[in-house]
Design a protein around this ligand. Structure first.
Ligand code: DXP
Ligand SMILES: NCC(=O)COP(=O)(O)O
Length: 260
């Protein structure tokens, strides 16, 4: 099965930095470390309120860390202009609310198709692969294709928060959404709320080409360090795709050390 790209979201390194108003920890340094540790790309979400990542971080990231940069952005004139100047490899248009703690759901592409289509066209004309963050809903996914997007990122937040039978139901929706995306000729990504504990069934969906994971990896790095957390997540992704060794990728892990 195709290797699943891991894009590491470094927003919350900036959250920590901003708590004290200084320069440490530096999200650009974290991005560099993440790439060295095996990440395939970096994701940042430049929010309208600049609560974590800021303009200068994104510009430094672009200039200093050669990688596939995925720029998450609201569908505003300010962000479209910023992205066209930045020219990341990829962008993902996400819904944004000032009062939310984090992104709460997918973009309603059916409702906003008319205003989104010219924005997608401008971003694509700047050479950017445009994805839309959506719920795994066939009509929304079809609308993404109609407005000219190249990819969708399926919102995994509801799946991640659910337990038991509800989680299985959300996984079935993600599976159907991934099939719908690929049938429409769209690349299919997924993200939000993914952890060691819930990532494997999502990573096993063969239609997916990328997952973006942030909050959990940055939080987990408090306990085991960023490179180890990324290596462990990488190993889980590879195992879910059926192409890796047993063990969980953590340096010093007994199961992995036993593999000759
Ligand atoms: C679109 C998405 O699911 C997230 O990547 C989003 O960027 C989360 O926003 P915060 O990083 O502000 O929680
Ligand atoms: N697009 C999802 C993302 O970038 C990271 O989401 P999370 O892992 O911080 O919830």
């Amino acid at each position: 099965m195709q290797r699943l790209r891991l894009s590491v979201n470094v927003d919350h390194v900036a959250t920590l930095r901003n708590a004290r108003g200084g320069t440490f920890p530096d999200p650009v340094e974290a991005a560099r470390l993440a790439i060295e540790a095996g990440a395939d790309g970096i994701t940042v979400h430049l929010r309208e309120d600049r609560r974590h990542i800021r303009d200068a971080d994104v510009l430094r990231l672009r200039a200093e860390v050669p990688t596939r940069l995925n720029f998450e952005m609201a569908a505003t004139e300010e962000m479209v202009a910023f992205a066209c100047g930045l020219r990341p490899e990829a962008c993902c248009i996400v819904p944004e609310k000032r009062a939310e703690l984090t992104t709460e759901g997918g973009l309603d592409v059916l409702r906003f198709a008319e205003s989104l289509a010219p924005q997608v066209a401008r971003l694509a004309a700047a050479g950017i692969e445009v994805a839309i963050f959506v719920e795994p809903d066939a009509a929304q996914i079809a609308a993404c294709h109609l407005i000219g997007a190249a990819a969708v990122e399926l919102h995994t937040g509801a799946y991640a928060e659910a337990g038991g039978a509800a989680r299985e139901a959300h996984l079935a929706r993600l599976r159907n959404g991934a099939t719908a995306a690929r049938s429409a000729g769209l690349s299919c990504h997924a993200g939000h709320g993914l952890t060691y504990g819930n990532v494997s069934p999502v990573a096993a969906l063969p239609e997916l080409s990328e997952v973006s994971i942030g909050h959990f990896l940055i939080a987990q790095s408090v306990f085991e360090g960023l490179p180890a957390a990324i290596a462990r997540m990488r190993a889980l992704l590879d195992a879910a795709r059926g192409d890796t060794v047993p063990g969980d990728g953590v340096p010093g892990d007994a199961a992995e050390d036993a593999v000759p």
